[in-house]
Each structure stands twice: as structure tokens, then as C-alpha cells.
Design a protein around this ligand. Structure first.
Ligand code: GLA
Length: 395
């Protein structure tokens, strides 16, 4: 595997010259606040110590050449004719970021890129946002440009929405762009206000990979989004100044529930209650009440399973196994759902033993080999080596 320590040398071997800039871009895990971002609500993710690494060097002939050993792929396009939709699955992200940077005048030369890392791909830990932000920081740093982190996050989201066709919200890109070592981020997805909150030293975050591929993720995700929008339209008949489900209070939802069909009611109830859970859980964490935080994670999972219908039997089994494991304070599915990962909060002393117990319990329950990572919240995407590294994204 190529990582931060041997990236420079691998680049030199692949391209025959030294790179100009080295970049690390994390994945993310969301601790609580799921499917709230595109409803203008709150989320509470952390950037991971698992991530994408990118080495880049300027080219003077306008070619953008990418080598990505983990994707078994190579790609080549000219910066004047990027055609991002024509790229292979992963190359669409690279070309898409380059195309949007070109539009904003931040891409004036070609480049050679080597992309690798240790973040599990397609597991719900935002490998695509990690790639988007990593490529954006690499190309922007190479060009000597300076774009605000929130604007880089928006650029990554536009690649998903306009090029890949998933109507995803802004959480993943903001978490990857703005992550802070030792902290999770309380993000208001309406205002983009971000408050870093320290993760207490007596707990660890476990990422639990169910090993179930997220096959339905794109279409089912877009369907959930459409259901939220139709619930909102109907609730607006009662209160025309509602901008998003974030503005719906629990009382309003109960009083006007007769306007909604059963599916809309379930989806809206998840969003309304989840927003409250995020704010309550952050208060609990700030007060050092990690048990309360854990309980709210459990409630979040139930709501995602029963009201939002984005869990699956394996994720339910994984969460159940985690909750029976000594030291675990709470667990829930994380990310979009439909497979992928769960997240658990566990006491620091029990973390290593809990990881092993959960893998074994999950194997017995489902006959699947899951993976557990003990994670440390880390910094957002940044250039860590190269003459231009200091000129990276501005906070
Ligand atoms: C995916 C999307 C995010 C968010 C989550 C669910 O990760 O990319 O924008 O909606 O699902 O919380």
C-alpha cells in the first residue's frame, strides 16, 4: 500500500520524476445526524485517520494524467477537453474536480497525479469526497491558488450532483475539508457554521465495516431526498415560510400529519427527531456525558431503521452485536446506509478488546467478515509536503 511515508518514492518510480506536492485527504465518519444535511439540518462528523494520498507534478503540455493503483486504473485527458462524464467510475471524480477548477480559473496547467491510500472504498466512509477534496487541494496548491475550504467543499459536492448524478448533501465534503485533529465538527448545513467539539480522551470511535456493498445507494438516496421534498411541500400549505424540514417543529409535524402520506410522515419524523438528537448529543458530549451520547446514537439507529428505512439486516446485526459488547456506549449505522459502515463509541480501555469481540460476534451472526477500525479524528485535506504546501486552502 502507498501511504504518506512512501508516496514520494512511488511517484518517482511511476512518472520518472519527483512530485511537486504531496496531499493527504481523510475519509469521514458521522457520529450522529444522518440524512439531515440536505434538509438544512445539523450533522456531527469527524475526519478519519484513514484517507487518500495524492502526489502531483505540473505538466506543461496540458495533459491531466492519473495513475490510481487501488482502482487498477489510469486515465488521461486534456485540460481543454476534460469531458468528466466520459471518464471511468473513479476518473469522473478527478476530471470533474479539474473541470470545475478550470471554470473558476484555478487550473492553468496539466498535471501528473498518483492516487492511493488506506481508506476502504465504497464503504460509506466518503471515499469519493476524500478523492474530490484531495484532487482539489492538490491541483489548487500546484496552481498556487487559494480557495476557502467551504468553497472547495461545494465544488466537491457539485461533482457528485452535476457529474456523478447523486443528489448528496454537503456533510461529507465539509467534514473532509474542515476536519480537525481530536475533534468532531458540529456543522449547521444551512449556514455552514462549523464548531469543532473535542472528543473526550476516555472514549474511542470505532468504525465497523459490515462488508455489505452499498449497491442501492445512489437511487434509494435520491428517492429519500424526493420524499423529504414532497413532505415539505405539503407542510408548506400549513406554514408557507418553511424553507426546509429543519424548520418543522415536532408540534407542527404532529398537528399537520394528516397532510402527509405514511412514507412522508416517517421520513419527516426521522429528520425532525434526528436534528434534536444531534443538538442534544453535542450538549451531552460537552458536559462529558458520554453515556447520554451513546443512548442518542442508539435512538438514531432505530429512527434510521424504522422511519427512514435505510438500514439492512447486516447493519442491524452489527449494531446489535456492538451494543452487547462490554465498553460500548452506543452504536448506529453511519453515512447514507443501505450497507457500508456502522459507528460505535466505546470506552478507551475496552476499545481493542471490543473491536475483536465485535468482528467475531458479527461473523457468527451473519457469516460475514467485517472489519473494525479504532479511529482518531484527524485534520482535513491538506498539502503536507512541497514548495507550495504552505499556500493551501484558507480556513
Ligand atoms: C451520504 C451523503 C451525505 C449525507 C449522508 C447521510 O454520505 O453524501 O451528504 O446525506 O449520506 O447523512
Amino acid at each position: 500500500m502507498i501511504d504518506q511515508t512512501n508516496l514520494h518514492e512511488h511517484f518517482a518510480r511511476v512518472f520518472g520524476v519527483a512530485p511537486d506536492v504531496l496531499v493527504r485527504s481523510p475519509g469521514r465518519v458521522n457520529l450522529i445526524g444522518e440524512h439531515t444535511d440536505y434538509n438544512d439540518g445539523w450533522v456531527f462528523p469527524a475526519a478519519l485517520n484513514l484517507g487518500t494520498v495524492i502526489a502531483v507534478r505540473r505538466r506543461n503540455d496540458g495533459l491531466l494524467r492519473t495513475v490510481a493503483p487501488r482502482m487498477n486504473g489510469e486515465d488521461e485527458a486534456h485540460i481543454d477537453d476534460l469531458r468528466p462524464r466520459d471518464g471511468s467510475e473513479w476518473a469522473r471524480f478527478v476530471r470533474g474536480v479539474a473541470a470545475l477548477l478550470r471554470e473558476t480559473g484555478c487550473l492553468s496547467s496539466g498535471a501528473d497525479l498518483l492516487i492511493d491510500g488506506d481508506l476502504p472504498l465504497g464503504s460509506g466512509l466518503s471515499s469519493s469526497a476524500s478523492l474530490e477534496l484531495g484532487v482539489a487541494v492538490a491541483l489548487m496548491t500546484l496552481a498556487g491558488g487559494s480557495i476557502k475550504r467551504t468553497a472547495l467543499a461545494r465544488l466537491g459536492q457539485r461533482v457528485e450532483n452535476e457529474i456523478v448524478g447523486v443528489q448528496s448533501g454537503i456533510m461529507d465534503q465539509l467534514a473532509v475539508a474542515c476536519g480537525m485533529t481530536g475533534h468532531a465538527l458540529l456543522i449547521d448545513c444551512r449556514t455552514f457554521d462549523i464548531e469543532p467539539v473535542p472528543i473526550p480522551s476516555e472514549v474511542r470511535v470505532l468504525v465497523l465495516d459490515s462488508a455489505v456493498p452499498r449497491t442501492l445507494a445512489g437511487s434509494a438516496y435520491n428517492a429519500r431526498r424526493a420524499e423529504c421534498e414532497s413532505a415539505l411541500r405539503k407542510l408548506r400549505a400549513a406554514q408557507p415560510d418553511l424553507h426546509a424540514l429543519r424548520d418543522v417543529t415536532p408540534d407542527l409535524l404532529v398537528a399537520e400529519s394528516w397532510r402527509l402520506d405514511a412514507v412522508e410522515m416517517h421520513r419527516a419524523r426521522h429528520v425532525v427527531t434526528e436534528n434534536t438528537r444531534v443538538l442534544d448529543s453535542v450538549t451531552a458530549l460537552r458536559e462529558g456525558d458520554v453515556r447520554r451520547f451513546g443512548q442518542l446514537m442508539v435512538e438514531s439507529h432505530a429512527s434510521l431503521r424504522d422511519d427512514y428505512a435505510v438500514s439492512c439486516p447486516e447493519l442491524d446485526a452489527l449494531v446489535a452485536v456492538a451494543l452487547e459488547t462490554p465498553g460500548v456506549l452506543g452504536a448506529r449505522l453511519t453515512g447514507a446506509g443501505f450497507g457500508g459502515c456502522a459507528v460505535a463509541l466505546v470506552t478507551a480501555q475496552r476499545a481493542a478488546a471490543a473491536a475483536a469481540t465485535i468482528v467475531e460476534g458479527y461473523r457468527q451472526a451473519t457469516e460475514r467478515m467485517g472489519q473494525v477500525y479504532i479511529c482518531t479524528p484527524s485534520a482535513g485535506a491538506h498539502a503536507y509536503w512541497g514548495a507550495e504546501a504552505q499556500r493551501g486552502a484558507q480556513p
